[in-house]
Design a protein around this ligand. Structure first.
Ligand SMILES: C[C@H](O)[C@H](O)[C@H]1CNC2=NC(N)=NC(=O)C2=N1
Length: 96
């Protein structure tokens, strides 16, 4: 069962993400990161790979693309805030 991250789990799971460019979204329990690619096709290709993992794990990003940039926001709608799934997906996105 997915649940909201506890204070202790936040420190453990989010710390390395913050070191990797993820930030808290203002006024929301959500994390965000902007990825920049050489061009549009690179951005779209990354989104396609990310989408396959999102679908596999049934956990989906909020995202916005313009040309070579993809702005990603992760949160867990079912619990109204961050869960371990957001950290897991963020770590995966950073490897793609
Ligand atoms: C019914 C379905 O399992 C839910 O809507 C899933 C789908 N993808 C999801 N993605 C995200 N980011 N948060 C959710 O709570 C969520 N819930």
């Amino acid at each position: 069962m997915t649940e909201k991250l506890s204070a202790a789990a936040r420190d453990a799971m989010l710390g390395s993400l913050f070191e990797n460019g993820w930030v808290m979204v203002e006024d929301r329990d959500a994390i965000a990161k902007s990825y920049t690619f050489p061009g549009f096709i690179d951005a779209i290709s990354w989104m396609m790979r990310a989408a396959i993992w999102a679908e596999k794990w049934n956990h989906h990003p909020e995202w916005f693309n313009v040309y070579n940039r993809v702005d990603v926001v992760l949160t867990t709608h079912d619990v109204g805030g961050l869960s371990a799934l957001d950290a897991k997906l963020a770590r995966k996105f950073d490897t793609l």
